[in-house]
Design a protein. Structure first.
Length: 260
């Protein structure tokens, strides 16, 4: 079980119903904990079924009947559609979607070292997955009095991180999709925004060499490592009903490594 600490926030999500993809560990787990603490009911999805089930069972001890795990592969439309129906039925509707699920795969490789298979897989999960999951959620979010979509981008796409091209390209696409989705979905009362975290200390970044972590930490205005709790407050804010006049925005959350 991860030792990620619960985020401290005064944002109120009481009664809100939130679905978080890639929620079995890392930032997804941190978002789930933060949403629960803020009063929301949460459905987490992932392909790591054992981790997801274990996390949900653990958190239900503290937040009874407020979190449940659903198996979802965001690279497969049938899996997305089936899980979305099950999750929204259990939640009793849907107010917020956090598109967090993603893969890196191309880390540490130059552009001439990335295989087409790797490129296609990254795009299928990180780009197509965001589109299809959002598409499946729209009908449910449109029934909410304040539908919210928060996409996870990355600051690597803002400054063009080298030796990470497939991932960088996918997160650049997520930023562009966020703006287009925001214009299309506003008429249905749904806001769409993205956050662009910097390199964060989670399970998925354990493969990153320490020199790379030091490069980020030393390059930030706030010169320290980035933790999951540094990111959760931004997601809670964008999920809240009070953020209803903010849409189509990309919010870097990286301690000032890259500034718009």
């Amino acid at each position: 079980m991860s030792t990620i600490q619960k985020s401290q926030s005064d944002i109120n999500l009481n009664g809100r119903k939130v679905l978080i993809t890639g929620g079995a560990r890392g930032l997804g787990e941190a978002f789930a904990r933060a949403c629960l603490q803020a009063g929301a009911r949460v459905a987490i999805t992932d392909v790591m079924d054992q981790l997801g089930e274990t996390l949900a069972q653990h958190l239900n001890q503290q937040y009874p009947d407020c979190i449940r795990y659903f198996s979802m592969d965001v690279s497969q439309r049938e899996s997305i559609d089936a899980a979305m129906v099950l999750a929204s039925n259990w939640l009793g509707g849907l107010d917020g979607l956090v598109n967090n699920a993603a893969v890196t795969n191309s880390g540490g490789k130059n552009m001439d070292e990335i295989t087409e298979q790797t490129w296609d897989h990254v795009m299928q999960v990180n780009v197509k997955g965001v589109w299809l999951t959002s598409l499946a959620a729209v009908a449910h979010l449109a029934k909410s009095d304040a539908g919210r979509i928060v996409n996870l981008a990355s600051d690597t796409a803002l400054w063009g991180a080298p030796r990470l091209m497939a991932y960088v390209a996918s997160k650049g696409a997520v930023m562009s999709m966020t703006k287009s989705m925001a214009r299309e979905l506003a008429v249905q009362g749904i806001t769409v925004n993205a956050i662009a975290p910097g390199l964060t200390l989670v399970e998925a970044t354990q493969y990153v060499p320490q020199a790379r972590h030091d490069f980020y930490a030393n390059g930030r205005a706030i010169t320290r490592a980035q933790l999951p709790d540094d990111v959760t407050a931004a997601v809670l804010f964008l999920l809240a009903p009070s953020s209803g006049f903010i849409t189509g925005q990309i919010l870097p959350v990286n301690g000032g490594f890259y500034m718009l």
